[in-house]
Design a protein around this ligand. Structure first.
Ligand SMILES: *Cc1c(COP(=O)(O)O)cnc(C)c1O
Length: 422
């Protein structure tokens, strides 16, 4: 079940008009869908007092989207200086911001600590003395390592660069407390694009056990448990959506049991990116060429600079051809961009309605890790971003890149030195 029928019903009838006004290609995001998913999260965890979603900014770092998140009461999960600045531009301050970086630089710590700071989520024990000033509230990212093994979908946390190990976790909190930390959170994220809710529940159980152990050993209480992102979305027509309702109920139950055993209940935080915006975006392109050699190719006016996921992960993105959804006459094609890399393909050997030059193609589920991942290799430029607002109007929320943008970093003061000479 790729993009929802309701998003289609809002978009497809007006898409010709939109392409006439804005041209192609563009990513377009559905404000109603984003708000509905936000509400789903809020409702799902309504029994957990203080539940908060920290939208993972990297998924869709556009100020207008961040404003919608903020309007829903969400905070922001940032992992770079630019993401912190973007989030602060919306008015987010202090505990509205979660700084979940890794391999963190001193400059990043400085910006994270400026303007009222944010919640520092430290990725490693060796970073503790590098924090310019230990804040009152500190969080650590926990990596369960082999404790999560035997599960292909989670991957092997023991091979992941993130977080403090099981053996280090108590020491990490002890060191932070000795340096003045008084309030504590615990974070983990070991699943990615996971559609089976059970893994999130299993990892929550594991993390609550860690919280319990540290509580007992150090006598500290955890204000929150941050379960990160990784909630999956159905990219393929045959995928079933994540059962958020059951997941939320089972996680709520685990927290209730924690409260019974420990006499207090931490708040639950999430850092969803994909789940919040993924299905609520589409990349709209035009077929500009066709070629028929050993395979049939449909050439479109965007390339992997607009959407890396198929090339990077072999990811599936569903494709519709505007006005041809119910057409019986189909063919098997590769849908390709113009980049000089043979993995620049939006679809490989896909059955599509017979497509002609000038047809509009809608590439589904590009609302997260889509535009944001783009690059400029081969002199390719990223497309514009549009927002389909709740009242049906369409707003330009980022212009397309131009050749001038590409040349911008070539404009600088001459600077040459001879190594070894003063
Ligand atoms: C990428 C990321 C997220 C969001 O992941 P999704 O799969 O988009 O939900 C959340 N937290 C951290 C630390 C991340 O790196």
């Amino acid at each position: 079940m790729p993009m929802s029928e309701t998003f289609k019903d809002r978009l497809f009838p007006v898409l010709k008009d939109i392409t006439k006004h804005f041209g192609t290609p563009f990513h377009i995001y559905d404000e109603i869908g984003i708000r509905e998913t936000g509400q789903l999260l809020i409702d799902g965890f309504s029994e957990m007092k203080g539940f908060r979603e920290y939208f993972a900014v990297k998924a869709l770092p556009n100020p207008r989207i961040l404003e919608i998140m903020r309007d829903m009461g969400f905070g922001f999960d940032c992992s770079s200086i630019a993401e912190l600045l973007l989030s602060r531009q919306t008015g987010a301050r202090g505990e509205d911001l979660m700084f979940t970086s890794n391999n963190t630089s001193i400059e990043e710590f400085q910006v994270a600590g400026a303007e009222g700071g944010g919640i520092l989520n430290l990725d490693d024990i060796t970073l503790i003395p590098k924090v310019p000033e230990m804040p009152a509230l500190i969080c650590f990212r926990y990596n369960p390592g082999p404790r999560c093994d035997g599960n292909e979908i989670i991957g092997d946390p023991a091979e992941s660069k993130y977080g403090v190990s099981h053996e280090q976790v108590t020491d990490a909190y002890r060191m932070a407390r000795d340096l003045g930390a008084k309030r504590f959170g615990l974070h983990t994220m070991v699943v990615s694009n996971e559609l089976n809710y059970i893994y999130k529940v299993q990892v929550t159980r594991l993390v609550l056990e860690v919280a319990e152990r540290v509580t007992k050993e150090l006598g500290i209480k955890f204000e929150f448990i941050n379960m990160g992102g990784g909630l999956g979305i159905p990219y393929k027509p045959e995928d079933s959506p994540l059962d958020l309702h059951t997941m939320a109920a089972e996680i709520t139950e685990l927290f209730n049991q924690f409260k019974k055993r420990n006499g207090y209940m931490p708040k639950l935080y999430l850092e969803s990116g994909r789940y919040m915006t993924g299905p609520h975006g589409a990349l709209v392109v035009k077929a500009i060429n066709q070629k028929d050699i050993y395979r049939k190719y449909i050439g479109v006016d965007a390339c992997m600079s607009a959407l890396m996921r198929p090339a990077l992960y072999g990811a599936y993105h569903h494709i519709s051809v505007l006005g041809k959804d119910s057409q019986q006459d189909t063919e098997i094609v590769d849908v390709v961009g113009s980049l000089c890399e043979n993995n620049d393909k939006f679809a490989i050997q896909r059955t599509l309605p017979k497509t002609e030059e000038g047809d509009i193609l809608i590439i589904h589920d590009t609302g997260a890790h889509g535009h944001a991942m783009g690059f400029n290799y081969n002199g390719k430029l990223r497309p514009k971003e549009l927002l389909l607002r709740t009242d049906g109007s369409v707003e330009l929320i980022r212009r397309e890149e131009t050749v001038d943008d590409y040349f911008a970093t070539l404009s600088f003061e001459p600077n040459t030195m001879m190594p070894g000479k003063a």
